[in-house]
Every structure is written in C-alpha cells, then in structure tokens.
Design a protein around this ligand. Structure first.
Ligand code: UGA
Length: 435
C-alpha cells in the first residue's frame, strides 16, 4: 500500500520504517530540511535499538523515501498518518496547532479518496476537529479521519510496533476500517487483536492506558515510601502483589518518578480534558502530585545523609535519560536531581551511555561530563544511580570502592541487592528498602 507519514519525530519515523518493513511504500514528510537530508542517508536522529538497520534496508530497497514536500509526499498515498507534535500548552491541554495546520494544508491538495490517520496522541474530539478542517474545502467522499493511537515504548519501539499487544482503530467508516485492517494484518498474525471502535473511545483509550500506567507507578512509589517507614521491603511486596493475575507483575517498579515525553504530558492532558468536561478527575491529579514529590526523593536522601549544604562535595551520577535504551531526557528525573543538588552547592560528575549530548545542550557546564562510568566517580563522595542501564547492573564494585572518597551508593532504581551492598561494605540507600 502507498502511505505517507507527516512528521518524522519518534512515532512517525518508527511507524514509517515498520510499515515499509512489511512491504508498503512509504514516504516520510517533515519540514526540517536537515533532518530529511540525514534520513535520506540512513542516519536516524534518535537512538532507538534496531531502527537503524530497518531504516537502511528499506531505503536501499526503495520502500522508504523522505521529502520536505507535502504535495509530493502524499501524491499517491492511500493512507496519510499524522505523527505531529502535540506539546502541552500553558494550561496543560494538548496543543493541536500542528495537527490542524497540516489538515488545512491537506484540504488544499487531496484529490482522491484518502484515509487520514491521527497517530499523534490527541485529545478526545480531535478526529472531529480534523474532519471539520478538511470539510471546509473537500467533498465528504474524498476522506475519512481515523484515530489510531500508538502504544510503543521508547527503547523497544520497533519490537512494540512489529508485535503489538493490540491495535486500536477508531473509525465510524466501514471503508476506512477495511483499509486499516488490511494495513495492520501483518502485525497481528500471532492472534493479537485489532479493536475497531468509535473515534472518541479510541482517543480516550490512549490517555486511559498511559494514565493508568502512570498511576501504577505513583501507587508503587508511595508504597515504597511507606515500606521504608514500616520496615518492609517493597521488592517483596511488589513480587507478592504482582503474582495476583488480576494485578500482574509488570510495571510495578518503584523509582524516582516517571518521566519521558508521554506520561507527564498525557496525564496532564487527561486532567485538562476532564476539567473541560466539568469532571473533577481526582485520581489523575493525585498521580501527578505524587510524581512531583517522588522526583525529590533521591536528592532528599543524599541531603539527609550529607547535610542540606553540599558545598565542597562532589557526586557521581550514573544515568541521565528518563529510562534505559534511549537518549531521551524529556522530563527526566535526572534533570530535577541535577538542579536540586547543584542548587545545594554540590559538584556533579555525570555519565550516561546515550543521553550526554542532550543534557549538555540543555545544561551546558552546570555539570562535568565524565568519560565513562568510572571516570564519573573521581573525587566523588557518593555514587547516585538515576537510570537503570544494563551496564550499571554488575559493575566492578572494588573499583568503585577504591575510587569513591566515601563508599556510599544512593540507588534510585533498586538496581543492587541489599545483601550484596552490605557484604561489600557500602553505605547503601535505595527506594522502599530500609537501610
Ligand atoms: C509510554 C508507554 O509505556 C507506551 O505504551 C506509550 O506508547 C508511550 O508512553 C507513549 O505514549 O508514546 P515510554 O514513555 O517510552 O512509553 O516509557 P515507559 O517504559 O512506559 O516508562 C515511562 C516512565 O515510567 C519511565 O520514566 C520509567 O522509568 C517509569 N517506570 C516504568 C517506573 O518508574 N516503573 C515501572 O515499573 C515502569
């Protein structure tokens, strides 16, 4: 099938590449000339495992093309995906200006029946808004607008796209449903479902899923804080409760708050949608509040131990990206921690396998960028673990102890076992496990 993807950000690029991988002809469109030029050379602007290989292959086999021209890019497209940014506005609502502008552009150039798909995370009612923009110039027989939210996770996005738990399609048009079904069949061969529903339910499903997952994290973060006070170990509590099949064992890991480009933005947008509809969604507001507090937990532990004035002290920070296997630092808890500790006078030596450049661009010389994880330890009074990259899981502890001024580890992700830390003689604090 001939497809066009407008917007080559994270979702657009993965979507375009994976559809090309299943044999479709895909044109990815973006206004950013430099990005398009480098994508044409097979260079991805994001770090996402597995994406570069698929990109290269599909470019070589001419199934995947890139352009800055919408008119050229959509010329033969049967389906156009909108994968545009929907950043939070000042009031927390998702800003639809890019989506609606592109809909307006499309209304001037579409000449035959096309399915327009909202792939971006957009508030309930957006499919209707896009349809209304198209209706200003186009005959109703020339388009259908479909909601098709994306559930991929950064770091495993290619796998999530190729083998989704489910595909959600919101459309009231039988014709559009058939096209979408044909497109997604190759991805659900293992029996995972494609759910067809109305547009509004589909749009809401995305916010419901992300907000529910964020709620699980906030619940576990508060449970961890309580476990510390009660002398319980949250690792055991997590295992014990997760074994109940109604709860499930995934996504119950406490830490230092959720971050990234999705949860913070989507939970806020859901709260805003509820408010607009005159509904006070209390739980969603609490989820955000708990997360804000949790981002301060690790810095608080460090300051409890070393004192609130950290002048003259240096700390090593391992991990900056909001989670492993990505260079994404949007809303990363590491940023809050850096602000807090440097604000208290501390010097920081930071290391992250992929996120260093992004932090450098944002924070400049506020921190020292170490050569590697051990270089970060030089002159440090303690090691602070912020992101659970695999390479931090089994480091050379003797080397750590010999470099650190003080053998202390503050672990925001419960990467190490308490027993091991005790045996090795580290002062060790983690989340939800008593010292
Ligand atoms: C999230 C959802 O998981 C995807 O399904 C969704 O498609 C995506 O948002 C999106 O809307 O685009 P992502 O933001 O890539 O994906 O990352 P997650 O793996 O969900 O992690 C989000 C945050 O929660 C991270 O900061 C992570 O450290 C934290 N987390 C996750 C925990 O603190 N505990 C856990 O048990 C799991």
């Amino acid at each position: 099938m001939q497809l066009a993807i407008i917007g080559t950000g994270y979702v657009g690029l993965v979507t375009g590449t994976c559809f090309a991988e299943t044999g479709n002809n895909v044109v990815c469109i973006d206004i950013d000339q430099r990005k398009i030029e480098s994508l044409k050379q097979g260079k991805t602007p994001i770090y996402e495992p597995g994406l570069d290989v698929l990109l290269e292959r599909n470019i070589k086999e001419r199934r995947l093309q890139f352009t800055t021209s919408i008119t050229e890019g959509i010329a033969d497209a049967r389906v156009i995906f909108l994968a545009l940014p929907t950043p939070p506005g000042k009031d927390g609502s998702a800003d639809l200006q890019y989506v609606l502008q592109v809909a307006d552009d499309l209304s001037k150039i579409i000449t035959k029946y096309t399915v327009i798909v909202n792939k971006s995370t957009v508030p309930v009612g957006t499919a209707e808004k896009v349809a209304a923009v198209l209706a200003q110039r186009l005959d109703r027989s020339l388009y259908d607008v479909v909601s098709n939210p994306e559930f991929l996770r950064e770091g495993v996005a290619v796998d999530d796209f190729l083998k989704p738990d489910r595909v959600v399609i919101g459309s009231s048009s039988e014709k559009a449903r058939k096209v979408m079904d044909e497109l997604y069949q190759p991805f659900v061969r293992q029996g995972n479902p494609i759910y067809f529903m109305d547009e509004r339910s589909s749009e809401m499903t995305k916010y419901a899923a992300n907000s529910y997952l964020a709620m699980r994290i906030s619940f576990m973060n508060e449970m961890a804080n309580l476990c510390e006070k009660a002398g319980a170990n949250v690792d055991w509590v997590r295992i014990g409760m997760g074994a109940d099949s109604r709860i499930g064992k995934r996504f119950l890991f406490p830490g230092i708050g959720y971050g990234g480009s999705c949860f913070p933005k989507d939970v806020k947008a859901l709260a805003h949608t509820a408010m607009e509809m005159d509904y006070d969604y209390k739980l969603v507001n609490v989820v955000m509040h708990v997360n804000d507090l949790q981002k301060k937990i690790l810095g608080g532990k460090v300051r409890n131990y070393f004192g609130s004035d950290l002048s003259g002290l240096t700390f090593a920070v391992w991990g900056l990206s909001f989670k492993p296997e990505t260079d994404d630092i949007r809303d990363a808890p590491a940023l809050d921690l850096i602000e807090e500790l440097t604000g208290a006078g501390a010097k920081l030596r930071v290391f992250d396998p992929e996120g260093m450049n992004n932090v450098r661009q944002l924070m400049g010389d506020k921190v020292h960028y170490a050569e590697d994880q051990y270089d970060a330890l030089e002159g440090a009074s303690a090691l602070i673990i912020v992101t659970e990259w695999s390479e931090f899981r089994n480091p050379d502890f003797d080397r750590i102890a010999s470099i650190l001024v003080h053998p202390a580890i503050f672990d925001g992700r419960n990467v190490y076992s308490m027993e091991k830390m005790q045996t090795l003689g580290f002062y060790y604090e983690s989340i939800g496990r008593k010292v």
